[in-house]
Design a binder for this molecule. Structure first.
Ligand SMILES: Nc1ncnc2c1ncn2[C@@H]1O[C@H](COP(=O)(O)OP(=O)(O)OP(=O)(O)O)[C@@H](O)[C@H]1O
Ligand SMILES: [Mg+2]
Length: 253
């Protein structure tokens, strides 16, 4: 079979097809081939992490840089139900079809857009690269295909300073990017040789979402709980919320 040639590099499609076809649906494969043909990704290596909603693959990008390829699973029905809470009420997603494939695609594009907004606001996140259907491509955080550890397994050296740093990110996210992460905890922050990266942005909502303040409170509670257990100074959550939201300019009366 002829090898696929596009924009001056080759992808060993036969080999790739063999491995991937067992694992993915036809639609997922089509999306993956599209990213390969466009040159967004050059190679896909093994799976490096498997979460509730997605699998993360290590691969190589356009310039041989390491990329993380997050492929959302279409089969997880439970996941689809819980997603609606974060989609309905966000003005960016007014017209939503409710079939499974569309919700997953929407979720993936939502994660990409959230990631981009956070990145542009200066929050430390993996640099977003591209997305197609249920596949998100971003900067790989780690070394040689091994993801950097999460802070739950590799706690930062100075809990007090780090907690304040993260609370500041939550503030910047709210006031500059107009987002609430909504799934923030020690499970979604990576520690790459002392540099933090906040991941997993699918749940994030616009600050006008009716539950935005509840999600903000939950994010802050998770962070403050985790770091005070490590010895950080106690922080008054309600004061913290008031300080963050008071920076929003109020609509004219
Ligand atoms: N950009 C990245 N670079 C390297 N590894 C990553 C990257 N993004 C995610 N990972 C790894 O994949 C794991 C799962 O990622 P993520 O939290 O985004 O997916 P998830 O399906 O929501 O997972 P979970 O259900 O466990 O929250 C992370 O804990 C991390 O180990
Ligand atoms: Mg996660």
């Amino acid at each position: 079979m002829p090898k696929n040639r596009s924009r001056g590099y080759r992808v060993d499609e036969d080999e790739l097809r063999e491995v991937l076809e067992e694992v993915f649906s036809r639609r997922t494969l089509m999306a993956l081939y599209d990213l390969l043909n466009k040159g967004v990704i050059k190679r896909v290596y093994g799976v490096v992490a498997a979460g509730k909603e997605a699998r993360i693959y290590w691969g190589k990008g356009k310039n041989e840089e390491d990329v993380a390829i997050k492929i959302f699973l279409v089969e997880t029905a439970e996941f689809r139900r819980s997603m609606m809470r974060y989609i309905i009420g966000d003005p960016r997603f007014k017209h939503v079809r409710r079939d499974r494939w569309h919700i997953i695609k929407l979720w993936c594009s939502k994660e990409y857009k959230n990631l981009m907004r956070a990145y542009e606001a200066g929050i430390p996140v993996p640099r977003p690269i591209s997305f197609k259907e249920n596949i998100l491509v971003m900067e790989f955080i780690g070394k040689q295909g091994t993801p950097a550890p999460l802070i739950k397994d590799s706690p930062p050296e100075d809990p007090d300073r780090t907690m304040k740093e993260i609370i500041n990110y939550i503030d910047v996210l709210f006031n500059r990017a107009k987002l609430v992460h909504a799934d923030l905890s020690e499970y979604n922050i990576m520690n790459h040789d002392g540099r933090l990266y906040i991941i997993d942005w699918g749940s994030s909502v616009h600050i006008s979402h009716p539950e935005a303040i509840n999600f903000l409170r939950r994010d802050l509670m998770n962070i403050i709980r985790f770091f005070t257990e490590l010895g950080a100074e106690r922080v008054d959550i309600e004061k913290c919320i008031r300080r963050i939201i008071s920076k929003q300019s109020l609509p004219p009366l």
